[in-house]
Write a protein that binds this ligand. Structure first.
Ligand code: FAD
Ligand code: MLT
Ligand code: ZN
Length: 551
């Protein structure tokens, strides 16, 4: 699928919807564009708001240079031959994202070994106007980690050392290329836990996690990386190294700039080191796998769990029967731990505490009460670590099962819990037999993963989903990206969740830190100028004519 190519048909649709809808100043896209200085060839800014999310065309920024042999010699001089990768197979992997949905055409992958090397190569790229894309484990789900055109890929995977760990405070300082799973194992041996865990832990890097502000499976207990990351080191586009690698829990000396880099998806700098607060490992972990027959019961169970399990609750995840079917049909060795009866919803509840008998008693009492009151129709408590892992495999395996099932349209939404599943049902009704609509996610955090699994990537299906999903989310005051980021996929949709003033300020910060725009271009922020160019005068004339014709 080439999502960012505009077909004539979709363009016609956009024009039609432009004419049908009133141009109101309440529309966020309109508000942003109307605030732009009128330098766009004198075109009426009101016309631009119609393209919505369907017509996301990206054009290569002509101010960027192309690689030449002098550039390669420079990089080889700094990094050594073997860290300047031109091998086609390795580039092929680095050019394609995890979903095989976004593909770039980079001819170069650079593997710096320390901050100084990152600094030198960025300084050089900036002076040469060579665009770059920072890449970690390349497990991102929004097309943010791969080039769009010929950007140079920079991967700090060789920077994977643990620098320090303080057993008293639980503060870990490490390089950004550390694989999350390695950090989890390291901490486990030290008697601590990583406050972040997610299905891609075997490949994703902590630098990528911080840059996406990844949420994951234990967010309900440990909260956001904005809270757990105590400091970081980042290299700016011009090669300047910003040392913000503090290890203090409290530090109110002015603006806390590290937060700019947490979740900025490689658009403001390359994260090279991180310090992170890790909680001690507690001895008693219990996991229950439960079934509910309706979504209201899932909601009620969540409220009950927060009240009754409060301090020991460490995960509250859900998947619907469509997600369960996918896992059972596409992943080897996975079986439903509950009776063969089909249930509509499945929940995974984990508790983590320090008193085995007290915690178990508490969880069992909660489950018994929920069973008696009819909130859960079936359930099982893991008896050992193998059973616990098999429960987690079901939930963590959903993205992989979806991938195996074929093309998938992914949406990662924050919504009020009580509204969340109505969107899944509405989408099912909208799409009918043409696709399988699947709902799962981090219920405890109000984070829905709405996935549409389709036989092929198809503009007709996409037009049924977007902008409907974004409009619905915006109407219910949700966020169009709960945890995956905006990447390329949603850069132009930012207005559904952010006001035009906020986006303007973001753009100013980007301009200040990366004046040439070399860092991860076309991602995160809307690429309005190319978007505006997409249509040429023909489109504007057509729209003008239609508007005039329709009065
Ligand atoms: P990449 O995918 O390589 O990059 C992601 C973004 O970060 C890109 O914009 C890239 O440019 C930037 N970046 C990477 N490294 C750096 C760096 N050192 N400095 C600056 N920018 C950088 N996400 C969640 O939030 N919660 C989940 O539960 C979750 N589960 C997942 C399960 C599966 C099976 C998969 C495939 C993905 C999942 N994800 C989840 C999405 C993804 O794993 C996370 O976004 C992860 O944090 C990305 O890390 P990465 O190292 O792979 O980064
Ligand atoms: C998850 O929670 O499983 C991840 O965020 C990946 C996904 O959304 O598919
Ligand atoms: Zn998730």
């Amino acid at each position: 699928m080439d999502k960012y190519k505009v077909t004539h048909r979709l363009l016609r649709q956009s024009i039609k919807s432009l004419v049908n809808r009133q141009l109101t100043s309440n529309n966020p896209i309109y508000r942003f564009i109307s605030a732009l200085p009128l330098g766009n060839g004198g075109r009426n800014p009101q016309l631009y708001r119609s393209f919505g999310s369907l017509a996301t065309k990206v054009e290569r920024n002509p101010s960027f240079s192309s690689l030449n042999s002098d550039d390669l010699s420079y990089f080889k001089g700094v990094l050594g031959e073997k860290n300047v990768v031109q091998d086609e197979d390795r580039l092929e992997t680095a050019n394609i994202d995890w979903m095989h949905k976004y593909k770039g055409f980079s001819k170069l992958l650079l593997l710096p070994r320390n901050t100084e090397e990152v600094s030198k190569i960025l300084e050089y790229c900036n002076s040469r106007r060579l665009a770059v894309v920072p890449q970690g484990g390349n497990t991102g789900l929004v097309g943010g980690s791969v080039p769009v055109f010929d950007e140079v890929i920079i991967n700090v995977g060789s920077m994977n050392k643990i620098i320090a760990f303080d057993k008293v405070s639980g503060i870990l300082v490490c390089e950004a290329g550390c694989i999350l799973e390695n950090l989890i194992s390291y901490l486990d041996n030290q008697g601590f836990v990583m406050p972040l865990d997610l299905g891609a832990k075997g490949s994703c890097q902590i630098g990528g996690n911080v840059s996406t502000n990844a949420g994951g499976l234990r967010f309900v207990r440990y909260g956001s990386l904005h809270g757990n990351v105590l400091g970081l080191e980042a290299v700016l586009a011009n090669g300047d190294v910003l040392d913000m690698l503090g290890t203090l829990r409290k530090d109110n000396t002015g603006y806390d700039l590290k937060h700019l880099f947490i979740g900025s998806e490689g658009s403001l700098g390359i994260v090279t080191k991180v310090s992170i607060l890790t909680p001690p490992k507690l001895s008693s972990v219990n996991i229950a796998f439960l079934a509910c027959e309706d979504y209201l019961s899932c909601q009620k169970l969540l409220s009950e769990a927060k009240r009754k399990l409060g301090e020991i609750l460490s995960a509250f995840e859900f998947l619907d029967s469509h997600a369960m079917d996918l896992v059972l049909n596409h992943l080897e060795g996975v079986r439903n731990p509950l009776s063969s009866a089909v249930h509509n919803f499945y929940l995974l509840i984990e508790t983590t505490g320090s008193d085995e008998s007290y915690d178990k008693e508490k969880l069992e009492a909660f489950l018994l009460h929920s069973m008696e009151s009819g909130l859960i129709s079936d359930g099982v408590l893991a008896q050992d670590i193998n059973q616990a892992s098999s429960f987690w495999r079901i939930r963590e395996g959903v993205p992989e099962a979806l991938m195996r099932a074929g093309p998938v349209y992914k949406y990662d939404l924050s919504l009020p819990v009580e509204k969340m599943y109505s969107l899944v049902e509405e989408m099912r009704a909208r799409l009918g037999q043409s696709a399988n609509v699947v709902g799962y996610g981090h219920l405890g955090d109000g984070n829905l993963h709405l996935n549409v699994s389709a036989p092929r990537y198809d503009d007709t299906i996409l037009a049924q989903i977007e902008p409907y999903v974004y409009e619905w989310t915006s109407k219910h005051r949700g966020s169009i990206s709960a945890e995956h980021g905006l990447g390329l996929m949603k850069a132009n949709e930012i207005f559904y969740s952010k006001s035009h003033g906020t986006v303007q300020l973001m753009a100013s910060i980007k301009k200040l830190l990366d004046p040439n725009g070399i860092l991860n271009p076309y991602k995160v922020l809307p690429s309005l100028p190319p978007l505006l160019q997409l249509s040429s005068w023909t489109l504007f004339l057509t729209v003008d004519i239609l508007i005039i014709a329709c009065g």
